[in-house]
Design a protein around this ligand. Structure first.
Ligand code: ATR
Length: 270
């Protein structure tokens, strides 16, 4: 049995053990997957122990994604650009390779809900780690991305990093005056029960809205989007399953089916 795990703090809430165990059963892969709580200062030690005891790969969640990025021996291009790692792979020679599957998970789910992103005008709200991890996959999908953020300078800095990869610009929230095809919320505001203030002009009856966070009830951001007349809204549960599916593929070379796992998770949350 090949050993995998997810590291985080806190970690008890993680749905990754359920998701990967479900993927493994579905694809008949012989693996185990556990949740490991690492002390805030103990992540490198905890990881070393896991790989020393035969671990094949791991996921990393908050607050360790930047630290994981720093301690990898090798990085995928996506991980490099993201400045964060959510997937670790132990290579045959023992070195640790870091990847970031969050953005692929997001784009897969956004396109499943709203259709292809090619030439679509996308507003990405927020300029933290979550936004950064998704920019390359969004641009690779052909989206024309506008970045906005409470702290505008951070949106500008991100746009500059990705300027060579695709069509990306930054805009002050107060200057946003046109509707977008897709609006994606990557801020952590909702987790604190807060809502970022955005002009209602960014949404019309054609606009699809996506919140990277998820909950049993409609998220605050999606409630707001619905009230502005958005065509449809989706939350980030599918992104969670999508990044897991991409990690599973990186490790096992097999693509699991996501819809059945999603349906089970949605039921568990209800
Ligand atoms: P993550 O890894 O989840 O992206 P992060 O790197 O801390 O976390 O970034 C959090 C993002 O949410 C930032 O864009 C932050 O805006 P600032 O750059 O201005 O701090 C945004 N954010 C968090 N709380 C917010 C709030 N109450 N209103 C608006 N934006 C908020």
């Amino acid at each position: 049995t090949d050993k995998y795990a997810v590291f985080g703090n806190p970690i008890a809430q993680s749905k990754s053990p359920f998701i990967h165990t479900d993927f493994a059963a579905q694809t008949q892969q012989n693996l185990s997957y556990e949740a490991i709580l690492a002390g805030v200062d103990q992540f490198p030690q905890s990881l070393r122990l896991f790989f020393g005891q035969g671990g094949k790969g791991a996921n990393v969640t908050a607050p360790f994604k930047q630290q994981a990025f720093e301690l990898c021996d090798e990085l995928s291009e996506l991980a490099q650009l993201s400045g964060a790692v959510n997937t670790l792979i132990k290579l045959a020679d023992g070195r640790i390779r870091g990847d970031n599957t969050d953005g692929v998970g997001l784009v897969t789910d956004v396109e499943a809900h709203f259709g292809e992103l090619t030439h679509k005008r996308v507003l990405l709200v927020g300029a933290g780690g979550a936004a950064r991890g998704c920019l390359k996959p969004l641009l690779d999908a052909g989206a024309k991305v506008t970045l906005c953020n409470r702290t505008f300078t951070k949106a500008q800095a991100l746009a500059a990093i990705f300027a060579d990869i695709g069509d990306v610009n930054a805009c002050e929230i107060a200057q946003l005056s046109q509707p977008f095809d897709v609006v994606i919320n990557s801020t952590s505001a909702g987790l604190a029960g807060e809502l970022i203030t955005l002009p209602s002009e960014i949404i019309n009856a054609q606009t699809h809205c996506y919140d990277m966070t998820y909950s049993a009830q409609t998220t605050l951001f999606n409630q707001w989007a619905g009230a502005q007349g958005a065509k449809s809204v989706a939350d980030g549960l599918g992104m969670l399953v999508g990044q897991a599916a991409q990690s599973f593929y990186v490790w096992r070379g097999v693509k699991p089916n996501m819809s059945d796992t999603m349906a089970q998770l949605r039921l568990q949350m209800a």
